[in-house]
Design a protein around this ligand. Sequence first.
Ligand SMILES: Nc1ncnc2c1ncn2[C@@H]1O[C@H](COP(=O)(O)OP(=O)(O)OP(=O)(O)O)[C@@H](O)[C@H]1O
Ligand SMILES: [Mg+2]
Length: 198
Amino acid sequence: MIELDPHSLVGKGLHRECFVHPDDPTRCIKIVVAGTGIEERREQACYAALARRNVSWEMLPRFHGRVLTNLGEGAVFDLVRDYDHRISLTLAHYVASRQLTARHRAALCRALADLKKYLLDNRIITMTLKPKNILFQLEAADAGKLVIVDNIGNSDLIPLANYSSRLARWKINRKWRRFERSMRRDYAANDALPGVIP
Ligand SMILES: Nc1ncnc2c1ncn2[C@@H]1O[C@H](COP(=O)(O)OP(=O)(O)OP(=O)(O)O)[C@@H](O)[C@H]1O
Ligand SMILES: [Mg+2]
């Protein structure tokens, strides 16, 4: 059984806690701490479907199965780190700061365009895109890419978009417009943001 140290907590959402894997610094273990775990089952089903379709994992951490820990069952994923080995911070962290947004303006602009293209090219349908569930992984001091760490999977009752590529495109574009709109609204006080999301 894997012993998780509270000091190795990477982040915490509404449902899960994320820890550095004690035996592998390139991976993390997520433990469900609230809710029914239904989101997690949906996420894993979606991951399995993506793996069958052979999608690129460039902007999605790989899933490495389940493990037993002292805090219960956990799900193992790639841990996203920057070029200097620090654990990557969320897009929310960057856009909450006028200074960080301005400093990384060009890299953020490019990374957002690349993420949208990645989702469309690989037909990856996410649930609501939120900046707290997307990490900005710095690959150099002034370059980076975005990685989605949560809310993968189609919540529709009948996931038609899983079968029709035109419908998938339409859905991804709609999710993206909503994502941009919510960022403009939630970070309206950041006057550097229009340089990233016009
Ligand atoms: N693969 C990862 N690499 C690095 N940090 C991560 C990774 N996955 C999650 N994190 C960090 O842990 C936090 C919580 O993880 P996650 O979003 O999966 O939890 P959650 O409870 O499902 O979130 P939500 O509140 O959106 O439902 C993230 O916001 C992020 O800061
Ligand atoms: Mg989350």
